[in-house]
Design a protein around this ligand. Sequence first.
Ligand code: JB8
Length: 236
Amino acid sequence: MLIEAVTVFPEYFEPLRLSLIGKAIESGLIDVRIHDLRDFTHDRHRTVDDTPYGGGAGMVMKPEPWGEVLDDIASRVQTIELQPQPTLIFTTPAGTPFAQSAADELATHEHIVFACGRYEGIDQRVIEWARAHFDVREYSLGDYVLNGGEVAALAMSEAIVRLIPGVIGNPESLIEESHAATSDGLLEYPVYTKPATWRGLDVPEVLLSGHHGEVAKWRRARSEALTAERRPDLLP
Ligand code: JB8
């Protein structure tokens, strides 16, 4: 998989080179290319923003540098690529909420590009123009506002990349976690490890019993209770 990102803060993406994703880069499972939007400006001040038509607070990202960087990315797309068009993700608070179902689907894509806005967002014509050349998506990380799209793109990248076969050492650990399509849509049950007593607190007896059926029943009941309390919207 090739992951690209366009940003005015390329340093934000350094953490991708750490940990499991860093190893996936080193092993050649994924490739990451970060583009500095200011490299696609032509004025002395490397300007990427301007005042909004119609008035209002804040600044809007100018379309021209975005057009140039996306032309550059599109021009490098190989026709042998498995995907007809690269997927272009605009991170925006106005997007579809990013969920595990989106990560599951995107993990099968060959080429994903994140367009990270700043200020009040990107001139809408960039998104409209891009639909002719890319499979365009607009995703929000959640119902809160960040200062720009970089942190959202990092979070989405991690959610996607960890699903690529070979990136996670033990694929079984993907199965029972909260929000995995295979976890029945419930929150994950609480987990424990040794010692059996720690600071006067005991591990629930049933987990030490060796009765696999009882353990499964207990975990299911805890998952249902947690989901009812914290995320009733997830219950069937
Ligand atoms: C300017 O909260 B967010 C987000 C916030 C933003 C931009 C992009 C994404 C651009 N503010 O996901």
